[in-house]
Write a protein that binds this ligand. Structure first.
Ligand code: PLP
Length: 305
Protein backbone atom coordinates (compact mmCIF):
# COMPACT_ATOMS: atom_id res chain seq x y z
CA UNK A 1 0.00 0.00 0.00
CA UNK A 2 1.40 3.43 -0.80
CA UNK A 3 1.16 6.54 1.32
CA UNK A 4 -1.86 7.98 -0.49
CA UNK A 5 -3.95 4.89 -0.78
CA UNK A 6 -7.28 5.09 1.11
CA UNK A 7 -7.82 2.91 4.18
CA UNK A 8 -9.44 -0.47 3.73
CA UNK A 9 -12.24 -0.67 6.27
CA UNK A 10 -11.98 -4.45 6.62
CA UNK A 11 -11.07 -4.60 10.28
CA UNK A 12 -13.79 -2.21 11.42
CA UNK A 13 -16.23 -5.13 11.23
CA UNK A 14 -14.14 -6.94 13.87
CA UNK A 15 -16.11 -5.45 16.75
CA UNK A 16 -19.44 -6.46 15.24
CA UNK A 17 -18.19 -10.00 14.60
CA UNK A 18 -16.85 -10.18 18.15
CA UNK A 19 -20.21 -9.36 19.72
CA UNK A 20 -22.15 -11.80 17.57
CA UNK A 21 -19.91 -14.86 17.95
CA UNK A 22 -20.45 -17.59 20.54
CA UNK A 23 -21.75 -17.21 24.08
CA UNK A 24 -20.04 -15.25 26.81
CA UNK A 25 -20.49 -16.77 30.28
CA UNK A 26 -20.78 -14.41 33.21
CA UNK A 27 -20.38 -14.88 36.93
CA UNK A 28 -22.03 -12.17 39.05
CA UNK A 29 -21.23 -12.69 42.72
CA UNK A 30 -21.60 -16.52 42.91
CA UNK A 31 -24.10 -16.94 40.10
CA UNK A 32 -22.71 -18.25 36.81
CA UNK A 33 -24.86 -18.11 33.65
CA UNK A 34 -24.82 -17.27 29.94
CA UNK A 35 -24.58 -13.49 29.45
CA UNK A 36 -28.23 -12.91 28.59
CA UNK A 37 -29.26 -14.36 31.99
CA UNK A 38 -26.65 -12.52 34.06
CA UNK A 39 -27.82 -9.38 35.84
CA UNK A 40 -26.57 -6.66 38.18
CA UNK A 41 -28.76 -4.27 40.14
CA UNK A 42 -30.16 -1.19 38.40
CA UNK A 43 -28.73 1.01 41.15
CA UNK A 44 -25.29 -0.57 41.09
CA UNK A 45 -22.78 2.31 41.15
CA UNK A 46 -21.10 0.81 38.10
CA UNK A 47 -24.36 1.24 36.20
CA UNK A 48 -25.39 4.65 37.52
CA UNK A 49 -22.06 6.52 37.50
CA UNK A 50 -19.45 4.20 35.98
CA UNK A 51 -17.83 3.64 39.38
CA UNK A 52 -15.79 0.54 38.67
CA UNK A 53 -12.58 -1.01 37.45
CA UNK A 54 -11.82 -3.88 35.11
CA UNK A 55 -9.26 -6.14 33.51
CA UNK A 56 -9.33 -7.88 30.14
CA UNK A 57 -7.04 -10.89 29.72
CA UNK A 58 -6.29 -13.09 26.77
CA UNK A 59 -7.16 -16.74 27.38
CA UNK A 60 -4.59 -19.20 26.04
CA UNK A 61 -5.33 -22.93 26.19
CA UNK A 62 -7.98 -22.38 28.85
CA UNK A 63 -5.71 -20.23 31.05
CA UNK A 64 -5.87 -16.46 31.57
CA UNK A 65 -2.54 -15.17 30.25
CA UNK A 66 -0.49 -13.05 32.69
CA UNK A 67 -3.26 -13.21 35.29
CA UNK A 68 -0.84 -12.37 38.11
CA UNK A 69 0.02 -9.03 36.45
CA UNK A 70 -3.65 -8.35 35.72
CA UNK A 71 -4.62 -8.99 39.36
CA UNK A 72 -1.86 -6.65 40.54
CA UNK A 73 -3.13 -3.91 38.19
CA UNK A 74 -6.72 -4.56 39.36
CA UNK A 75 -5.57 -3.91 42.92
CA UNK A 76 -3.73 -0.72 41.84
CA UNK A 77 -6.88 0.52 40.08
CA UNK A 78 -8.93 -0.36 43.19
CA UNK A 79 -6.54 1.66 45.36
CA UNK A 80 -6.88 4.68 43.05
CA UNK A 81 -10.68 4.52 43.34
CA UNK A 82 -10.53 3.65 47.09
CA UNK A 83 -12.48 0.48 46.36
CA UNK A 84 -12.01 -2.32 48.91
CA UNK A 85 -11.51 -5.68 47.26
CA UNK A 86 -12.66 -8.31 49.77
CA UNK A 87 -11.36 -11.24 47.68
CA UNK A 88 -7.97 -12.94 47.85
CA UNK A 89 -6.00 -13.54 44.64
CA UNK A 90 -6.78 -17.25 45.02
CA UNK A 91 -10.52 -16.56 45.19
CA UNK A 92 -10.30 -14.34 42.10
CA UNK A 93 -8.25 -16.95 40.23
CA UNK A 94 -10.83 -19.58 41.12
CA UNK A 95 -13.70 -17.39 39.88
CA UNK A 96 -11.79 -16.86 36.62
CA UNK A 97 -11.06 -20.57 36.14
CA UNK A 98 -14.68 -21.50 36.84
CA UNK A 99 -16.01 -18.96 34.33
CA UNK A 100 -13.53 -19.99 31.63
CA UNK A 101 -14.48 -23.65 32.19
CA UNK A 102 -18.20 -22.86 31.84
CA UNK A 103 -17.59 -20.94 28.58
CA UNK A 104 -15.32 -23.69 27.27
CA UNK A 105 -18.01 -26.30 27.95
CA UNK A 106 -20.61 -24.41 25.90
CA UNK A 107 -20.96 -25.98 22.41
CA UNK A 108 -21.70 -22.50 21.00
CA UNK A 109 -18.06 -21.65 21.72
CA UNK A 110 -16.59 -24.70 20.02
CA UNK A 111 -15.70 -22.92 16.72
CA UNK A 112 -13.45 -20.25 18.25
CA UNK A 113 -12.75 -21.55 21.76
CA UNK A 114 -12.49 -19.21 24.76
CA UNK A 115 -10.19 -16.30 23.94
CA UNK A 116 -10.90 -13.57 26.45
CA UNK A 117 -11.71 -13.05 30.10
CA UNK A 118 -12.94 -9.91 31.78
CA UNK A 119 -13.00 -9.09 35.47
CA UNK A 120 -15.11 -6.11 36.49
CA UNK A 121 -15.48 -4.73 40.02
CA UNK A 122 -17.99 -1.97 40.68
CA UNK A 123 -18.80 0.13 43.73
CA UNK A 124 -21.91 -2.02 44.36
CA UNK A 125 -25.43 -0.83 45.13
CA UNK A 126 -25.31 2.88 45.80
CA UNK A 127 -27.32 6.06 46.13
CA UNK A 128 -28.25 7.96 42.95
CA UNK A 129 -25.23 10.22 42.79
CA UNK A 130 -21.49 10.13 43.14
CA UNK A 131 -21.48 9.09 46.83
CA UNK A 132 -20.75 5.40 47.19
CA UNK A 133 -22.98 3.14 49.34
CA UNK A 134 -21.53 1.31 52.37
CA UNK A 135 -21.79 -2.08 50.68
CA UNK A 136 -19.47 -4.71 49.25
CA UNK A 137 -18.37 -4.16 45.67
CA UNK A 138 -19.89 -6.22 42.87
CA UNK A 139 -17.63 -8.77 41.14
CA UNK A 140 -18.43 -9.71 37.55
CA UNK A 141 -16.30 -12.25 35.67
CA UNK A 142 -16.98 -12.88 31.98
CA UNK A 143 -15.36 -15.32 29.54
CA UNK A 144 -16.07 -16.01 25.91
CA UNK A 145 -14.68 -16.29 22.39
CA UNK A 146 -12.47 -13.70 20.79
CA UNK A 147 -12.31 -13.05 17.05
CA UNK A 148 -8.72 -12.87 15.78
CA UNK A 149 -7.66 -9.47 14.45
CA UNK A 150 -6.53 -9.03 10.83
CA UNK A 151 -2.74 -9.15 10.36
CA UNK A 152 -2.41 -5.35 10.24
CA UNK A 153 -4.70 -2.50 11.19
CA UNK A 154 -5.65 1.11 10.52
CA UNK A 155 -5.68 3.81 13.19
CA UNK A 156 -7.11 7.34 13.24
CA UNK A 157 -5.79 10.20 15.35
CA UNK A 158 -8.49 12.20 17.13
CA UNK A 159 -8.55 15.70 18.61
CA UNK A 160 -9.99 14.69 22.00
CA UNK A 161 -7.36 14.39 24.71
CA UNK A 162 -6.38 12.02 27.51
CA UNK A 163 -6.17 13.93 30.82
CA UNK A 164 -2.85 12.98 32.37
CA UNK A 165 -3.82 14.96 35.52
CA UNK A 166 -7.17 13.18 36.00
CA UNK A 167 -7.94 11.77 39.47
CA UNK A 168 -8.07 8.34 37.84
CA UNK A 169 -5.19 8.68 35.34
CA UNK A 170 -3.54 5.32 34.87
CA UNK A 171 -6.41 3.37 36.45
CA UNK A 172 -8.42 0.97 34.30
CA UNK A 173 -11.89 2.25 35.15
CA UNK A 174 -15.27 1.39 33.67
CA UNK A 175 -15.84 5.10 32.86
CA UNK A 176 -15.02 4.61 29.18
CA UNK A 177 -17.59 6.93 27.55
CA UNK A 178 -14.76 9.09 26.14
CA UNK A 179 -13.28 5.97 24.58
CA UNK A 180 -16.66 4.95 23.17
CA UNK A 181 -16.98 8.31 21.40
CA UNK A 182 -13.40 8.30 20.10
CA UNK A 183 -13.61 4.71 18.87
CA UNK A 184 -16.88 5.38 17.03
CA UNK A 185 -15.15 8.31 15.29
CA UNK A 186 -12.25 6.00 14.31
CA UNK A 187 -14.71 3.46 12.92
CA UNK A 188 -16.44 6.20 10.90
CA UNK A 189 -13.03 6.94 9.38
CA UNK A 190 -12.33 3.30 8.50
CA UNK A 191 -9.96 2.60 11.38
CA UNK A 192 -10.06 0.02 14.18
CA UNK A 193 -8.55 2.27 16.84
CA UNK A 194 -8.46 5.95 17.78
CA UNK A 195 -5.15 7.39 18.98
CA UNK A 196 -5.17 10.23 21.51
CA UNK A 197 -2.60 12.75 22.67
CA UNK A 198 -2.76 14.10 26.22
CA UNK A 199 -3.67 17.67 27.25
CA UNK A 200 -0.19 18.99 26.42
CA UNK A 201 0.02 17.33 23.02
CA UNK A 202 2.12 14.29 23.91
CA UNK A 203 1.28 11.04 22.14
CA UNK A 204 -0.55 8.92 24.73
CA UNK A 205 -2.50 5.76 23.75
CA UNK A 206 -5.48 4.27 21.95
CA UNK A 207 -8.94 3.74 23.44
CA UNK A 208 -8.03 0.16 24.34
CA UNK A 209 -4.39 -0.17 23.41
CA UNK A 210 -0.90 1.26 23.86
CA UNK A 211 1.10 2.57 20.93
CA UNK A 212 4.72 2.05 19.86
CA UNK A 213 6.51 4.02 17.13
CA UNK A 214 9.96 3.86 15.58
CA UNK A 215 11.73 7.24 15.71
CA UNK A 216 15.25 7.64 14.29
CA UNK A 217 15.65 3.86 14.30
CA UNK A 218 14.67 3.53 17.97
CA UNK A 219 11.53 1.76 19.20
CA UNK A 220 9.67 4.20 21.46
CA UNK A 221 6.45 4.24 23.47
CA UNK A 222 4.79 7.00 25.51
CA UNK A 223 5.93 6.98 29.14
CA UNK A 224 3.36 6.41 31.88
CA UNK A 225 3.62 10.11 32.80
CA UNK A 226 1.69 10.91 29.62
CA UNK A 227 -1.37 9.40 31.33
CA UNK A 228 -1.55 6.19 29.32
CA UNK A 229 -2.60 2.95 30.95
CA UNK A 230 0.24 0.71 32.11
CA UNK A 231 -0.78 -1.95 29.60
CA UNK A 232 0.26 -5.49 30.50
CA UNK A 233 1.24 -6.19 26.88
CA UNK A 234 3.17 -2.89 26.77
CA UNK A 235 4.97 -3.86 29.99
CA UNK A 236 5.94 -7.28 28.62
CA UNK A 237 7.15 -5.85 25.29
CA UNK A 238 9.29 -3.33 27.21
CA UNK A 239 10.85 -6.24 29.12
CA UNK A 240 11.43 -8.31 25.97
CA UNK A 241 13.01 -5.81 23.54
CA UNK A 242 14.80 -2.45 23.89
CA UNK A 243 12.22 0.34 24.12
CA UNK A 244 12.64 4.03 24.96
CA UNK A 245 9.78 5.34 27.11
CA UNK A 246 9.32 9.00 26.18
CA UNK A 247 7.02 11.85 27.16
CA UNK A 248 7.94 14.01 24.16
CA UNK A 249 6.42 11.99 21.33
CA UNK A 250 3.61 13.61 19.33
CA UNK A 251 0.88 12.48 16.97
CA UNK A 252 3.23 13.56 14.16
CA UNK A 253 5.81 11.01 15.30
CA UNK A 254 3.13 8.38 14.72
CA UNK A 255 2.06 9.85 11.36
CA UNK A 256 5.64 9.95 10.07
CA UNK A 257 6.96 6.76 11.67
CA UNK A 258 8.43 4.20 9.29
CA UNK A 259 6.70 1.55 11.38
CA UNK A 260 4.41 1.46 14.40
CA UNK A 261 2.24 -0.97 16.33
CA UNK A 262 -0.47 -1.25 18.96
CA UNK A 263 -0.40 -3.56 21.96
CA UNK A 264 -3.26 -4.93 24.01
CA UNK A 265 -4.40 -8.15 25.59
CA UNK A 266 -6.61 -8.97 22.61
CA UNK A 267 -4.35 -7.56 19.86
CA UNK A 268 -0.95 -8.72 21.22
CA UNK A 269 1.59 -6.85 19.00
CA UNK A 270 -0.58 -5.48 16.19
CA UNK A 271 1.20 -3.77 13.26
CA UNK A 272 -0.27 -0.43 12.13
CA UNK A 273 -0.61 -0.26 8.35
CA UNK A 274 -2.16 3.20 8.03
CA UNK A 275 -2.53 6.34 10.11
CA UNK A 276 -5.36 8.70 9.12
CA UNK A 277 -5.65 6.88 5.81
CA UNK A 278 -1.98 7.20 4.93
CA UNK A 279 0.14 4.05 4.75
CA UNK A 280 3.28 3.75 6.86
CA UNK A 281 6.37 2.61 4.94
CA UNK A 282 6.16 -0.97 6.19
CA UNK A 283 3.79 -3.14 8.26
CA UNK A 284 5.08 -5.10 9.97
CA UNK A 285 8.48 -3.44 9.98
CA UNK A 286 11.56 -5.18 11.43
CA UNK A 287 11.19 -3.75 14.96
CA UNK A 288 7.53 -4.71 15.02
CA UNK A 289 8.32 -8.22 13.81
CA UNK A 290 11.00 -8.56 16.49
CA UNK A 291 8.60 -7.49 19.25
CA UNK A 292 5.82 -9.73 17.92
CA UNK A 293 8.11 -12.76 17.73
CA UNK A 294 9.45 -12.20 21.26
CA UNK A 295 5.95 -11.81 22.61
CA UNK A 296 4.67 -14.93 20.81
CA UNK A 297 7.63 -16.94 22.13
CA UNK A 298 6.89 -15.79 25.69
CA UNK A 299 3.24 -16.75 25.34
CA UNK A 300 4.22 -20.21 24.12
CA UNK A 301 6.50 -20.85 27.08
CA UNK A 302 4.99 -19.01 30.02
CA UNK A 303 1.30 -18.37 30.73
CA UNK A 304 1.78 -16.28 33.88
CA UNK A 305 4.98 -14.33 33.19
C1 PLP B 1 -6.96 2.68 27.64
C2 PLP B 1 -6.19 1.42 27.44
N1 PLP B 1 -4.88 1.49 27.12
C3 PLP B 1 -4.13 0.39 26.91
C4 PLP B 1 -4.70 -0.87 27.00
C5 PLP B 1 -3.84 -2.10 26.77
O1 PLP B 1 -3.61 -2.77 27.99
P1 PLP B 1 -3.34 -4.34 28.08
O2 PLP B 1 -2.11 -4.63 27.27
O3 PLP B 1 -3.18 -4.58 29.53
O4 PLP B 1 -4.54 -5.03 27.51
C6 PLP B 1 -6.05 -0.99 27.33
C7 PLP B 1 -6.65 -2.32 27.44
O5 PLP B 1 -7.83 -2.51 27.33
C8 PLP B 1 -6.81 0.17 27.56
O6 PLP B 1 -8.10 0.10 27.90
Amino acid sequence: MNRNQPVAAADVGHTVAMSSTGTTWVRVADHLAPAEQATVGALDHGVTVGDGIFETCKVVDGTAFALGRHLRRLRRSAATLALDLPWSDDALREACAETIAAAAGDPANAPLGVGRLRLTVTGGAGPLGSDRGAVDPTLIVAAGPSVPWPATTAVATVAWTRNERSAVAGAKTTSYAENVVALAEAHRRGASEAILANTIGALCEGTGSNVFVVVDGELCTPSLTTGCLAGITRELVCELVPVAERDDLTLDHLRTAPEAFLTSSTRDVHPIATVDGVALAVAPGPRTAEAAAAFAALERTELDP
